[in-house]
Design a protein around this ligand. Structure first.
Ligand SMILES: Nc1ncnc2c1ncn2[C@@H]1O[C@H](COP(=O)(O)OP(=O)(O)O)[C@@H](O)[C@H]1O
Ligand SMILES: [Mg+2]
Length: 374
């Protein structure tokens, strides 16, 4: 019997994003855990400048960026692009005369990308145009998952509990800072969290304890985004739940994050290595159930597919649960919360990857049923 051809998985990582390095860490783990019996992995690095390099593995990109292997690593790869024309449906080389062979034709893409141009819908739009199946959600879900304000609007509209917030434009702040400060102090009390609307990994986020800090916090957030969010700071524990599926999503056990800092900032997340994940979380069963229920409700409300990690606050004084945000391509290292939560729910890392690829193909097939003409 002829051997079944392996599924060719294009693993996209890196990208033009502040979370470039996080993506490199995640993609190394995904690459190491994809079953070599089933998949042929085609690594596809996107540099910080946005160039696509075929055949460069995450390790090599890291080395090239640190200029360890610099040019040699870059020279062995081929610059490629993806056209939006579905009749091509393959990567094509940019250099004249270069050939890719079978490597250019991908069965499915796993965009292990965090943040801008990877997790925000732009890459998803390109992959849709090219008609290639991919892991994770589509354009709308990805865009909503990146916009903390629109996400809250949807949460509110389906009755999910959110903390009080005020959103405003950078231009409004620059025009009349006093009016903005007044408005924020009218509706919120210190501490106030200030965030750029479209970012992740706690970049540009400040916990402001007074008016002076608030002004600084807004100026900082304004460096990152034209939309700014001010949120009621609460004294809370933080929980996360992993969702997996398409139209019938499942929720994992709940985990707790115990931050090493005053809040779960970039340092606590990636640098000092002291933050802890407690899986499963020590919580009354009914609260854990409530978090799982809300996770699925949020997943459906935002039109997500494939995977998402949904994050919650539990206010210490009141015991009230608030939904904070979703991440449509959560961190994916072996010690990241998303795969850990599934492992604790009975789905080991490698099988989780199998399931995500199945879901990607299933979603793509389902979309092929849609009529595109009258
Ligand atoms: N309203 C809030 N009250 C208390 N802590 C908050 C609040 N908003 C954010 N935080 C803290 O800041 C961290 C990062 O905020 P988050 O909105 O999750 O941004 P990111 O998308 O960068 O992860 C949270 O994990 C939490 O520790
Ligand atoms: Mg967060």
């Amino acid at each position: 019997m002829a051997e079944k051809r392996k599924i060719r998985v294009g693993l996209i990582f890196g990208g033009r994003s502040g979370e470039h390095e996080v993506s490199l860490a995640s993609s190394q783990a995904v690459m190491a855990n994809l079953d070599a019996e089933k998949y042929e992995i085609v690594p596809l690095a996107i540099t910080k400048e946005g160039s696509w390099l075929l055949g460069m593995e995450p390790q090599q990109l890291i080395a090239a960026e640190r200029e360890i292997a610099g040019l040699t690593a870059l020279e062995t790869t081929t610059a490629v692009t993806l056209t939006g024309d579905p009749s091509v449906r393959r990567l094509i080389p940019i250099q004249e005369g270069a050939a890719l062979g079978s490597q250019g034709a991908l069965d499915v893409i796993f965009p292990v990308m965090h943040g801008t141009y990877g997790e925000d819908g732009s890459l998803q739009g390109l992959l849709d145009m090219a008609n290639i199946p991919y892991v994770g959600c589509g354009v709308l879900g990805a865009a909503l998952g990146m916009d903390k304000e629109k996400m809250k609007m949807i949460f509110r509209s389906v009755g999910l509990p959110i903390v009080d917030y005020v959103a405003f434009r950078r231009s409004e702040w620059e025009r009349s800072p006093a009016t903005i400060i007044h408005a924020l102090e009218q509706s919120l009390t210190y501490p106030i969290f200030v965030k750029p609307v479209n970012l992740g990994s706690s970049v540009g986020i400040t916990k402001a304890h007074d008016r002076h800090e608030l002004e600084h916090a807004i100026n900082l957030a304004a460096e990152y985004d034209r939309k700014i969010l001010a949120e009621q700071g609460i004294n809370c524990r933080e929980f996360e739940c992993a969702v997996l599926g398409n139209d019938e999503p499942l929720a994992s056990v709940v985990g707790e994050i115990v931050s090493s800092n005053e809040f779960y900032d970039y340092r606590a997340k990636y640098i000092d290595g002291k933050s802890q994940a407690i899986i499963p979380a020590d919580l009354p069963q009914e609260i854990a159930e409530e978090i799982r229920r809300q996770s699925i409700q949020a997943f459906v409300a935002l039109d997500l597919s494939g995977l998402a990690r949904v994050d919650f606050f539990l206010e210490k004084e009141t015991g009230k649960v608030y939904i904070n945000e979703v991440n449509t391509m959560p961190g994916f290292t072996e010690i990241s919360m998303y795969p850990k939560l599934w492992e604790a729910s009975g789905l080991p890392y490698a099988q989780l990857l199998d399931r995500l690829i199945e879901l990607a193909i299933e979603r793509h097939e389902d979309r092929q049923r849609n009529r595109t003409s009258m």
